[in-house]
Design a protein around this ligand. Sequence first.
Ligand SMILES: Nc1ncnc2c1ncn2[C@@H]1O[C@H](COP(=O)(O)OP(=O)(O)O)[C@@H](O)[C@H]1O
Ligand SMILES: [Mg+2]
Length: 331
Amino acid sequence: MGTDPAVVLEVRGLRAYLYTRWGVVRAVDGVSFALREGETLGLVGESGCGKTMTGLSIVRLLPEPAGRIVEGQVLLEGEDLVTKSEAEMRRVRGRRVSMILQDPQTSLNPVFTIGDQILEALRLHHPDGESSLAARAEEALRRVKVAAPEQRMRAYPHQMSGGMKQRVVGAIAVAGEPLVLIADEPTTALDVTIQLQYLALLKEIQARTRLAMLFITHDFGIVARMCDRVAVMYAGRIVETGPTRALFRAPRHPYTEALMASVPRMEGSVARLPSIEGQPPPLHDLPTGCRFADRCAYVDDRCRREYPPTMPVGPAHEAACWRIEPSPPSR
Ligand SMILES: Nc1ncnc2c1ncn2[C@@H]1O[C@H](COP(=O)(O)OP(=O)(O)O)[C@@H](O)[C@H]1O
Ligand SMILES: [Mg+2]
């Protein structure tokens, strides 16, 4: 994996904990995955399983002072971001890795015009050439299909619809032509039609720039539409990774299976992640064995005693479950 030149981002054994009054929340607890140029990897799982903290760890924007990366590496083109200083990270964010948050409201400053905010982002990427910045800003808006960009530049965030604001956030995120875009449920606040337009737009930008995308979602309809591969996260860990098609056709982890079983057919409609009976274990008080044990239909003693190893189950497909038999070595 480490030698594949197309890999732009590799997360290895990442642990990010939150030190709270209630104890240590193991939000990201040994997460590994690789992201290749031009590919979209979906990070899926129920609410509270650590998806956002994984994204925030990569860009080193964990909540302060509670959050801390305690172990692992985040290799961007082979360079570890975990050991970088804040000053160095400021040069990485936006230029090499960008992140779009779920709520555009939190990303845009209400007291500045859209134009000011795009200009500020552009200034970071083009420190010289102040004169051409306005033209670049309009171009950035045009790229995310904002009509009449020269007028929009003078608008304040509250004068725009949610969909329009999320486009602006998108424009800012890709203004520096990053290698990697982390999109954290970017369409959750949008209605379905606007959602589909926005997803199509991200696809377009990606096709043009070979952008690698980590697409965080709890929505399997979006996974089917957007992702080449999927990583399923449960209670701070990735329990299954595989090509989207293989995962949909033959999920191998009981958690993935349970999620799939209750997803309606994909025909056009946007399917929501259904609820599975029971609750994930609290991240500040995790069991020793498999974290899904209490909700699993196939649970046995070993599951409760010991965390299962991640096993290959098919081409580029792996899962961590004691039910998986080791396969004979392939010829
Ligand atoms: N600012 C914070 N302080 C303490 N704990 C937090 C904070 N933000 C999130 N958490 C906890 O971290 C865990 C993972 O959250 P998160 O990554 O946001 O999950 P997801 O994005 O999968 O819904 C949750 O248990 C959540 O309660
Ligand atoms: Mg989240």
